[in-house]
Design a protein around this ligand. Structure first.
Ligand code: 3PG
Length: 210
């Protein structure tokens, strides 16, 4: 269903910068740096006081499909979508969050770490999940084993993945995109190091397309 399908929102983008932004004032330069690096999507975590304003500013930037992450309640999903989020990511699977996103008409990507959670997502009619936290769970080996019994499920592995592991995940046919904060960390943002954010984003985008 277009509009409720993450793949159509991502439109081929395979790297998803995950951003935890404390100050709304940094949203503009951050969006510029990501877009200059070639990013076409971003996930803004709903963990900071300014997250709603950050979403608004980044969504208004236009160059990025901006979604919200760390959504754990339906009410957060509602606020984030009102602020401009085009998709919703959650660290775990919650039926109420899934139902709210469906009502709002936005794709929802719940975190799963086991086959049982994956089956709940399937039962809820979802076709994309976030494998979280991917590296501590065993990385590609775990993804491969979890994906095998569920041939139609697509994955967005996230969690402690860096530039060096990106391509390893992307080579698996069930992987839609890879998420991670390494391209724009809270430390980069605190230092205002947008050039480094641009450079790391460009490196990741290049690796994801070659
Ligand atoms: C999060 O929500 O913190 C991210 O999904 C984890 O990404 P990271 O491990 O790359 O920081």
């Amino acid at each position: 269903m277009s509009g409720t399908d993450l793949a159509s929102v991502l439109a081929g983008a395979r790297v998803m910068p995950v951003l935890t932004v404390r100050r709304a004032a940094t949203a503009g330069p951050l969006a510029d740096a990501l877009a200059a690096g070639g990013a076409r999507c971003a996930e803004v975590t709903f963990r900071t006081q300014d997250a709603e304003r950050v979403l608004k500013e980044m969504a208004a930037h236009g160059g990025l499909a901006v979604g919200v992450g760390t959504v754990v309640t339906p009410e957060q999903a509602e606020r984030a979508v009102a602020a401009g989020a085009r998709f919703v990511v959650s660290p775990g699977f919650d039926e109420d969050v899934v139902a709210k996103c469906r009502e709002l008409g936005v794709p929802v990507v719940p975190g799963i770490a086991t086959a049982t959670e994956l089956m709940r997502a399937l039962k809820a009619g979802l076709d994309t999940v976030k494998l979280f936290p991917a590296e501590p769970l065993g990385g590609l080996r775990t993804l491969r084993a979890l994906a095998a019994p569920f041939p139609r499920m697509r994955f967005v592995p996230t969690g402690a993945i860096g530039a060096s592991r990106l391509v390893t995940y992307l080579t698996h046919p069930a992987v839609l995109a890879v998420g991670g904060s390494w391209m724009a960390t809270t430390d980069h943002l605190r230092r205002g190091d947008y050039e480094e954010i641009r450079r790391l984003t460009a490196e990741a985008v290049e690796r994801s397309t070659t």
